[in-house]
Design a protein around this ligand. Structure first.
Ligand code: ZN
Length: 171
């Protein structure tokens, strides 16, 4: 049988005033718990409050405010959390929405997105259903994707500048 561990847990406030309690959990749950604690805390220190708000709390930077909106530099846009290459400057275009926009993710093969660094998730937090874009490795929130982009794939990835970090192309 799986070993059980005793851990302190904060009681949910609806349980009556909050407080602390001991819980048992399986080793798997404990490991998941521990990796969250050891990943999230350093991440919070590494990122600016604006970055943390976007990538971890699904915030959105104000439109027309991001540093990469009009950036035409040749290079690869990486995830600010895990450094995965996500979008190439070659697929960047001006969508007029106020966020850096890309026609496709880096690593696309035809219409196959499985080798890119991103995942799509349904996001209902904005009222109507949007498709959220997260990084595959860390599930960092990056932005949203819509079907009204340029041909041939017709995708419009609107990505927050603060979730990205460009690595300029070396010549
Ligand atoms: Zn990432």
């Amino acid at each position: 049988t799986a070993p059980f561990l005793w851990l302190l847990r904060e009681l949910p406030s609806q349980a009556g005033g909050g407080g602390w309690d001991f819980v048992t959990m399986s080793l798997d749950t404990f490991l998941e718990f521990r990796s969250l604690a050891t990943c999230e805390l350093p991440l919070q220190k590494k990122l600016s409050p604006e970055q943390f708000c976007v990538v971890r709390e699904k915030g959105t930077e104000p439109p027309f405010s991001g540093i990469y909106l009009n950036n035409k530099e040749a290079g690869m846009y990486h995830c600010v959390c895990c450094n995965s290459p996500l979008f190439s400057f070659e697929k960047k275009y001006c969508s007029g929405t106020g966020w850096p926009s890309f026609a496709e993710a880096h690593g696309m093969c035809g219409s196959d997105e499985s080798h890119t660094g991103i995942l799509r998730c349904l996001d209902t937090s904005l009222g109507s259903a949007h498709t959220e874009v997260v990084c595959k490795q860390f599930e960092a929130h990056l932005g949203h994707v819509g079907p009204d982009g340029p041909r041939p794939n017709g995708q419009r990835f609107c990505i927050n500048s603060v979730a990205l970090k460009i690595t300029p192309r070396k010549h």
